[in-house]
Ligand binder design. Structure first.
Ligand SMILES: *Cc1c(COP(=O)(O)O)cnc(C)c1O
Length: 459
């Protein structure tokens, strides 16, 4: 399987190259040349364990990784999860809650980043060379990335976070990792400052090449690919349980990474009748699916911070399919967006962008009320991101197909919101153990040159 750019300006490359490249040189995102149709495999796949299924799905795309190696990569990646099913579903009220938070940092990003970390290690071992990952985080991504590559030979990871502006728990999840290849930088500035430092550093192509800098951001194809697996796995479980012939998914989203994986699973032939897209007050994506206009607005901080995103980095991949895989048309739309801060597509005969999607927004009040109601009525505590998805799903009920709500984080990660909603905290042993953990972190000024100097000294 080869990979092309959404913007049409790149000769096709193989899977391993696609993973190491991240972003296409023409500024586009990488996608497989074609999507395999798996309809005739569904019956067999429904019998597989999570890791067996991951192997069957991923091998269709990772055609330059030998089967035996891929199997080991997958087994290693999910052995770090503390649930035998990796991604179990539990029935809560009208919904199947798909728990994606049994990995080392208790958020769904582990599903992709445990795999990506191992894949990077594998590719470097094959090819020689090293990789120095530089990233900026406001919370979940940084810790999942750190836990994905900790202790791996040939890889260093440098993660910047805004000093004092990440939740204390999230900060500890990063700074308590003491492996020699992990560097936490507390930047005297905001998350935007951290991101600017990262962009400027990557923009210095000579520096980037000399120091083998790489990134783990959510546009890496391996992340999307690893996430498609739990759509298949949970759909099989829900169809077995209910006898239904199709399923619906509700996905709390920010960067459109998680829900894109569901969209691709549907395009491959998994019977998904609806994708319910749920945002918080940062609602660029839900506005798009309801109006056809994708327009930037100011970001507001919410109690579901991992979805506080103005520009969804994976949206371009959806748009590429939406315009019939026409790279020229896509480039035109992306140019509109950079020039005017908005792009628009025509609505279909039903007055929506795409019949597969419905979209809605859950604000802070709705999120807190949903957390409280699920605890009172079902004894189940939702994290604030998951609660947004559940609340939006309640507004689109269905009698025909079960609805699977993606639970993207363990509630114990967002203590304050849970206390505000229910009056009491929830605990998780992994997080409780951090209380007395030793930490390592270097403070640094908000200055690109100082960060570059730090990299050079520590690589
Ligand atoms: C990252 C994240 C999301 C949003 O995922 P996207 O792929 O950006 O849509 C939702 N919930 C949690 C807990 C996250 O960490």
């Amino acid at each position: 399987m080869n990979y092309i750019s959404t913007r049409g300006g790149m000769a096709p490359i193989g899977f391993q190259d696609a993973i190491m490249t991240g972003l296409a040189p023409d500024g586009g995102l990488l996608l497989p040349e074609s999507l395999p149709n798996i309809e005739d495999k569904l019956g067999e796949w429904a019998k597989l364990s999570y890791t067996e299924l991951a192997f069957e799905v991923i091998r269709l795309f990772a055609t330059d990784v030998p089967d035996g190696d891929l199997k080991k990569l997958i087994d290693d990646s999910y052995a770090t999860f503390n649930h035998p099913e990796v991604a179990p579903s539990v029935e809560v009220g009208d919904f199947q809650i798909l728990e994606l938070f049994h990995g080392p940092t208790l958020a769904f990003k582990d599903v992709a980043l445990q795999f990506l970390g191992n894949l990077f290690g594998y590719i470097l071992e094959q090819r020689g060379g090293r990789l120095n990952i530089l990233g900026a985080t406001s919370g979940d991504t940084g810790s999942a990335a750190i836990h994905g590559v900790r202790g791996k030979p040939n890889i260093n990871i440098f993660i910047m976070h805004p000093e004092g502006r990440t939740s204390p728990l999230q900060e500890k999840q990063m700074t308590s990792v003491l492996d020699a290849n992990v560097f936490n930088l507390a930047v005297d500035g905001s998350f935007d400052d951290c991101q600017n430092i990262m962009k400027t550093t990557f923009g210095d192509v000579a520096f980037k090449t000399e120091h083998a800098l790489g990134s783990v951001n959510s546009v890496n194809w391996a992340r999307v690919l690893a996430q498609t697996v739990y759509y298949f796995y949970s759909a099989f479980r829900a169809m077995e349980k209910t006898g239904a012939a199709s399923v619906r998914f509700s996905v709390p989203t920010g960067n459109f990474g998680d829900i894109l994986a569901g969209y691709l699973a549907q395009r491959m032939g998994l019977p998904i009748s609806k994708l319910i897209l749920a945002t918080n007050e940062n609602d660029i994506l839900s506005r798009f699916f309801n109006s056809g206009v994708y327009g930037k607005a100011a970001a507001v901080p919410t109690i579901s911070p991992s979805m506080d995103i103005q520009v969804a980095s994976n949206f371009e991949r959806y748009l590429y399919y939406k315009v019939g895989r026409d790279a020229d048309q896509l480039v035109g739309l992306m140019n509109d967006f950079s020039a005017k801060g908005a792009l628009s597509v025509e609505l279909n005969e039903n007055g929506v962008v795409d019949d597969l999607f419905v979209a809605g927004k859950g604000d802070t009040a709705a999120t807190l009320a949903t957390i409280k109601r699920y605890k009172d009525e079902h004894g189940y505590v939702l994290d604030p991101h998951t609660a947004v998805g559940v609340w939006v799903a309640e507004n689109f009920p269905s009698a025909d197909a079960p609805t699977i709500c993606l639970a993207t984080a363990h509630p114990a990660k967002f203590t304050q919101a849970i206390i505000d909603a229910t009056g009491e905290a929830v605990h998780h042993p992994t997080l409780d153990a951090l209380a007395d953990a030793e930490t390592r972190c270097d403070a640094i000024a908000n200055d690109v040159e100082l960060v570059k100097q730090y990299l050079v000294e520590h690589i």
